[in-house]
Write a protein that binds this ligand. Structure first.
Ligand SMILES: [Zn+2]
Length: 236
């Protein structure tokens, strides 16, 4: 099982940029009903645990919030590896640098170019770790914040967004030939505010086989993945 977790991957943009590999056999929008805001950590925690933990994840300290693996579907797989997943194995140091530069763009101490460079560098490092892990564990979950991080400052700049979506489509292409179930999932979508981007409800999921999910709730994947793992490993 491979889970490609892509922050802010937006259904409309996937279709607009014609990302063939992200649009798998079954794909569509997810349902975020019940959440007051589209907060990244809250939504990944919901995906992982099957529960809406919005009320207990403080905004101020959300990036250091952790769920326990036992609360998630991960232990249902004999072996698993996660890369940079918010609320679980998030690379605090790498993303702290991004946030420092993001703040710097607004107070005039950093440029968007410098910010983008760090975001892309972190993205390349995650890709390397992800490709190295795929095929070596029963479940590999790789997280990529590229569309969210670039999108916040440049969602309205078409060439930059096109490069982001083209790269993410290549990540999906690179793992699609593993004889494995492939779930591509985002926490929320994104909408334009001038050149900037803000979170929207337009989240995305995609599966490389017919699973009949139809507008699945973000909290429904926990049970779905537990069932998949049971079907695959219960007999062994
Ligand atoms: Zn997000």
């Amino acid at each position: 099982m491979i889970i490609l977790a892509i922050d802010a991957l937006d259904l409309k943009q996937v279709e607009r940029f014609n990302c063939h590999h992200l649009m798998q056999h079954e794909y569509g929008v997810t349902d975020l009903t019940g959440f007051k805001q589209e907060r990244t950590v809250v939504l990944w925690a919901a995906f992982l645990t099957g529960n809406n933990l919005e009320a207990e994840i403080p905004v101020e300290t959300q990036w250091t919030y952790r769920v326990h693996p036992e609360q998630t579907f991960l232990p249902c797989f004999p072996t698993y590896k996660t890369i940079d997943v918010p609320a679980l194995s998030y690379n605090q140091e790498a993303h702290a640098e991004e946030r420092r530069l993001l703040k710097g763009v607004f107070d005039g101490t950093a440029t968007i170019k410098a910010y983008d460079a760090v975001v892309w560098r972190n993205h390349e490092e995650n890709k390397e770790a992800f490709f190295k892990a795929v095929g070596r564990f029963d479940l590999v979950m790789g997280y990529f914040n590229l569309a969210d991080a670039i999108g916040h400052l440049s969602f309205g700049i078409n060439d930059k967004l096109a490069a982001v979506y083209a790269d993410l489509d290549c990540v999906a292409e690179a793992v699609k030939d593993f004889d494995d179930a492939l779930l591509i999932i985002s926490d929320h979508g994104m909408r334009a505010i001038g050149r900037y981007g803000d979170h929207s409800r337009n989240g995305f999921y995609s599966f490389n086989r017919d699973v009949g999910l139809r507008r699945p709730k973000i909290t429904s994947f926990n049970a779905f993945l537990r069932r998949l793992a049971e079907d695959e490993y219960a007999a062994n």
